[in-house]
Design a protein around this ligand. Structure first.
Ligand code: ZN
Ligand code: ZN
Length: 241
C-alpha cells in the first residue's frame, strides 16, 4: 500500500528509503528516485494512485547518493521526464565524478549497518547514471508540478537541497534532515553520513527558517510539525547523549 502523506503527496518508497510523488493538475513530480530495484515498486505505487509512468513530468533529486537516484534515468527515458539536481551534485549524478568518503566516527557495535551505508556511498554510482540533467540553483522556483522552491543545504553532499512548498506547508528534506538515522538506526530527527559535518550543521539553520507543517525526509517517517521544531528536537537529542 502506498502511504498518502498529504493531499497530493504519496511515499512510493519503503520508509527506510523514501521517495515521493507530488501531484498538481493531474501531473506528477518525483522527489528522489529510490534504489535501482524500486522500479516495480514505483509502477505498482503509481497504479494505486491512478497514474502511469507517463504521468511523471519531472524528477527532483535532493542529492546524488545511490539510494536517491535509482530509477531516475529509467524514468527520464520511459516517461520523458526531466531530471533536476543541484549544480554541485551534478557530476556525481552524471557519473563523471565519485562522491568522497563521508566523515564521522564509527563504533564497532553499529559496524555492519554503517559499513553497508558507507559502502553504498563510497562505491560510486550503483545506479544508471543520468544522461541528461537540469541544474538547480538556490532560491529557484522550479517550473514542475507542485512548483517547489529549492534551498541549497550543502553538507550531507556538496549539492544537497531541500524542496519547499510553502503554500502546502511541506518540506522535502532529503538527507539534510532525516527521521531515521542510517548511521544509528535511531528514530527522530537526525543528520546523515555527511561529506562535511560543519557545513551540514550550518545548513540546519537554513532548514529551521522555513515554514511548514510536514517534513518529508529521505529516511524515516514524516515529521508532523515545523522544520524549526524538528531541528530543535535534533539538537535536544544530541544534548541528551
Ligand atoms: Zn544521502
Ligand atoms: Zn539517503
Amino acid at each position: 500500500m502506498v502511504e498518502q502523506i498529504a493531499d497530493g503527496v504519496w511515499n512510493l518508497g519503503s520508509q527506510d528509503f523514501n521517495f515521493y510523488a507530488l501531484e498538481q493538475g493531474g501531473k506528477l513530480t518525483l522527489i528522489d528516485a529510490g534504489l535501482r530495484r524500486d522500479w516495480g515498486r514505483m509502477l505498482r505505487g503509481l497504479d494505486e494512485i491512478g497514474h502511469g509512468i507517463e504521468g511523471i513530468d519531472a524528477v527532483l533529486l535532493t542529492h546524488a547518493h545511490v539510494d536517491h537516484v535509482g530509477v531516475a534515468e529509467r524514468t527520464r527515458v520511459e516517461a520523458g521526464a526531466r531530471v533536476y539536481v543541484h549544480d554541485e551534485d551534478e557530476p556525481f549524478a552524471a557519473g563523471r565524478e565519485r562522491m568522497g568518503r563521508p566523515s564521522g566516527s564509527f563504533s564497532f557495535g553499529l559496524f555492519m549497518l554503517k559499513a553497508a551505508a558507507v559502502m553504498a556511498v563510497r562505491s560510486g554510482p550503483r545506479y544508471p547514471v543520468v544522461r541528461d540533467l537540469t541544474a538547480l540553483s538556490d532560491g529557484e522556483t522550479i517550473d514542475v508540478p507542485g512548483r517547489p522552491i529549492v534551498h541549497h543545504t550543502p553538507g550531507h553532499t556538496p549539492g544537497s537541497c531541500v524542496f519547499h512548498l510553502p503554500d502546502r506547508g511541506l518540506l522535502f528534506s532529503g538527507d539534510t534532515l532525516v527521521t531515521r538515522s542510517m548511521v544509528t538506526g535511531r528514530r527522530g530527527p537526525a543528520s546523515g553520513l555527511n561529506s562535511d559535518d560543519d557545513q551540514a550543521e550550518a545548513s540546519l539553520a537554513v532548514v529551521e527558517r522555513l515554514d511548514g507543517r510536514t517534513l518529508l525526509p529521505g529516511h524515516g517517517a514524516p515529521w508532523r510539525g515545523s522544520p524549526a521544531e524538528a531541528v530543535a528536537e535534533l539538537r535536544r537529542a544530541r544534548a541528551d547523549r
